[in-house]
Design a protein around this ligand. Structure first.
Ligand SMILES: NC(=O)c1ccc[n+]([C@@H]2O[C@H](COP(=O)([O-])OP(=O)(O)OC[C@H]3O[C@@H](n4cnc5c(N)ncnc54)[C@H](OP(=O)(O)O)[C@@H]3O)[C@@H](O)[C@H]2O)c1
Length: 256
């Protein structure tokens, strides 16, 4: 595993996404993921699977303290009291005293940003949330958010077909984690000819090249979702090779 250092704290560069994972399949994917070496998990209140993620953590035998755990608040819950009550519910469901990161899932409309982030700061002061962040925020919205809280992360769609140059530059400047969701373009990268060709030179798959391209960037983490042990392991196995600058550029130019 490699780590990104954000505001002096180490975050595992690769995490496990859990969107659309529910029931026993979710419990098993989280359990297996942790057992094969994942130490970073991504869920959300909207996913309806926090209890299963919590069960997976406990079933894995891995110490809670070793895991970087993220959940998110949905926009319909951005009013102050909803943020606090829904997040306390999350902690109960997850079976933990704290989450490492709490995100605003999408920009809201209606509730002032300061109210939502203020409620998140209160949870932080109580110790139920270690870091605060946002998701699907533009650079200007991130800038606005920093007036109300120390922004640790912005989670956005990021993969070889979707460039995020402006946010990447901002993440360096403001020292936040840019977390790439849908990093495999929902499985779509696996047949890409360019990624395959680059992979052949390193003995890696197209999927592994796409993930390596992300985590090799400064302050970027990726959270691919996977169910089978084969996919879980394949996606984690990206820390024993390095892409050249030329290869990194070639992948960046796939963006459309
Ligand atoms: N903040 C937001 O608004 C937001 C939005 C979307 C997603 N997310 C987060 O980001 C996570 C990842 O995004 P995603 O789930 O949408 O898409 P993704 O990770 O890009 O793709 C997941 C798909 O790829 C398949 N896959 C996984 N590993 C593979 C491999 N090695 N080879 C071939 N196929 C593979 C999975 O199949 P199997 O499951 O069968 O292995 C699944 O169908 C989500 O789970 C969620 O936690 C956040």
């Amino acid at each position: 595993m490699e780590y990104q250092t954000i505001k002096g704290e180490k975050v595992p560069s690769l995490g496990l996404g859990t969107y659309r994972l529910t029931g026993g399949a979710c419990v098993r994917a989280v359990e297996r993921g942790l057992q094969v070496g994942y130490r970073h998990l991504d869920t959300a209140q909207m996913y309806g699977n926090e209890a299963e993620v919590g069960r997976g953590i406990r079933g894995s035998g891995v110490d809670r303290g070793e895991i970087f755990l993220t959940t998110k608040v949905w926009p319909s819950d951005f009013a102050h009291d909803r943020v606090t009550s829904k997040t306390r519910e999350s902690l109960k469901k997850l079976g933990t005293d704290y989450v490492d990161l709490l995100l605003m899932h999408w920009p809201g409309d209606g509730v002032p940003l300061g109210e939502t982030l203020g409620a998140m700061r209160e949870l932080q002061e109580e110790g139920g949330v270690l870091h605060i962040g946002v998701s699907n925020f533009s650079p200007s919205l991130v800038e606005e958010a920093t007036e109300h809280a120390e922004v640790f992360c912005n989670q956005v769609q990021y993969h070889p077909y979707r460039n995020q140059n402006a946010l990447r530059d901002q993440a360096q400047k403001l020292d936040y984690l840019l977390t790439a969701y849908t990093p495999l373009s929902r499985g779509g990268v696996q047949d890409d000819a360019t990624l395959r060709k680059i992979g052949e030179a390193h003995g890696k798959t197209a999927t592994q090249v796409a993930l390596r391209w992300l985590v090799q960037q400064d302050r970027v983490s990726a959270i691919p979702k996977a169910t089978s042990e084969e996919h879980l392991k394949e996606n984690l196995d990206v820390f024993d090779f390095e892409l050249s600058e030329e290869e990194m550029d070639r992948i960046s130019s796939l963006s459309r």
